[in-house]
Write a protein that binds this ligand. Structure first.
Ligand code: LLP
Length: 418
């Protein structure tokens, strides 16, 4: 459920018409709903009841500091994958004790900074990384809390580019090797084993792969117990899908209750989840203006003022994103359009063969754009990125201004005069 609805055929975000926001700020713009973000976060958190748990919001899905700050105020933890994300969380007032650090390529500097601020746990993805963390912790005179990211070899049944839990993927340590790696970790003097982790993929629309992965982790956890290693938490990663089109993914409460069933015999074992998309996707839209309607021999194009620069998901994964008119009270002929952007690439489309009742100058909105939208955007073709706005009830907050053109080359330098 979200707070983007039509009233008198006008698209509203919570209590504010999208048209009002655009007349103040222009397009293209990401517009988020605070109440939707909160609702989605609580859907995970509340479902756990009394079972010890921590929701670590996946920062990569939407890393605007206003949104991170909102998450921090809800009591959320954070799943990060770089020092950049760490610094964002800290700048947004996030609690370092609730940060888990994932990612296959943690550098010396990143590990050092994470140890200095005292993060909750490193999700370790390889033996060399484990050794490096031990080495950095020794230098700083600290003990590093770790969990091992186990690759459970489970098919997440999602797009191959966002599937991560198969043995051919680069992530984690294979489930067959993990016991040995835990033995090694146990012997490293500056490492403290606190948990086990996995993340099998994103946009999962079925529960079974999550449950299969959980079973594999629990078996491994029992084996570790025999080896004298007791875990404090299991981190099952993110990955719960959202309805972009016709998908009907399980509700967070269904997912969590199926998990709790598996954890019945482990009432003390903390469960960490790292949801990103399920919290942010349907809490955001990308609003764009129709610049031109163009008819070619073969099809009609709606050419809009944003494209793969701000929203790369259709170009990269052939992802379907719903596209809707902002003002449905305007009298327009309905037609089938390919909605395309200004970028000089054939893959620059937001949607193909969509029924829309639009004219030049109208506004349309790409739904479910709150996750992996702004965070994956670029300035390709030297287009400043879309601004970001957060609506809270009747209030409109600009949370990312549109860049000045000079910002595009701010870090660039001319050659010396010769
Ligand atoms: N934890 C880890 C270790 C991850 O790698 C990811 C996502 C998450 C949590 C959050 O997953 P979520 O709950 O959002 O599914 N750009 C792609 C998605 C890539 C996801 C990468 N990892 C897309 O736009 O579909």
């Amino acid at each position: 459920m979200d707070y983007f609805n039509y009233t008198n055929q006008q698209l509203l975000v919570e209590g504010v018409p999208v048209e009002d926001i655009v007349s103040e700020f222009g397009t293209p713009a990401y517009i988020y709903s605070k109440a939707t973000l909160e609702r989605h976060w609580h859907a995970f958190d509340k479902a756990f009841g009394d079972h010890p748990h921590l929701i670590c919001f996946a920062v990569k899905s939407n890393s605007n500091i206003a949104i991170l700050n909102l998450m921090a105020k809800l009591g959320s933890g954070f799943d990060i994958v770089s020092q950049g994300e760490l610094e964002r969380v800290l700048a947004a007032g996030g609690d370092p004790k609730k940060i888990v650090f994932s990612g296959v390529a943690k550098s010396y500097a990143e590990i050092e900074r994470a140890l200095e601020v005292g993060i909750r746990c490193f999700n370790v993805e390889s033996i060399p990384e484990l050794e490096r963390i031990n080495q950095v912790a020794e230098k700083l005179g600290k003990i590093a809390p770790i969990s091992l990211r186990v690759n459970p070899d489970v098919d997440a049944k999602t797009h191959p580019y966002i599937s991560t839990g198969l043995k051919e993927n680069k992530f984690g340590v294979s489930v067959n090797q993990a016991r040995e790696v835990y033995q090694l970790a146990k012997q490293l003097p500056h490492i403290q084993i606190v948990g086990m982790d996995c993340h099998i993929g994103s946009q999962l629309t079925e529960l079974q792969p999550f449950l299969d992965a959980t079973d594999r982790l629990l078996v491994l956890m029992e084996q570790l117990q025999e080896d004298g290693i007791t875990l404090h938490h299991l981190d099952l990663g993110g990955g719960l899908g959202v309805p972009y089109h016709t998908e009907q993914p399980p509700h967070p409460s269904e997912y969590v209750s199926a998990l709790l069933d598996k954890f019945k015999d482990y009432p003390q074992l903390e469960i960490i989840l790292e949801p990103g998309r399920a919290i942010t996707a349907n809490a955001g839209i990308l609003v764009t203006k129709v610049e031109y309607l163009k008819q070619s021999e073969d099809r009609n194009f709606a050419i809009v003022d944003t494209g793969m620069n701000d929203m790369i998901r259709p170009a990269l994964y052939d992802a379907y994103m719903q596209i809707i008119e902002v003002n449905r009270s305007l009298v327009r002929e309905e037609n089938t359009y390919d909605v395309v952007g200004p970028i000089c690439e054939t893959s620059d489309f937001l949607g193909k063969q969509r029924q829309l009742a639009i004219a030049q100058g109208d506004l349309i909105a790409v739904r479910s754009a709150g996750a992996y939208g702004s965070t994956m955007s670029s300035t390709y073709n030297s287009r400043p990125q879309a601004m970001e706005i957060l609506v809270d009830g009747n209030q409109i907050h600009l949370i990312k201004a549109r860049a000045e053109f000079s910002d595009l080359w701010r870090l660039e330098r001319l050659l010396p005069e010769s």
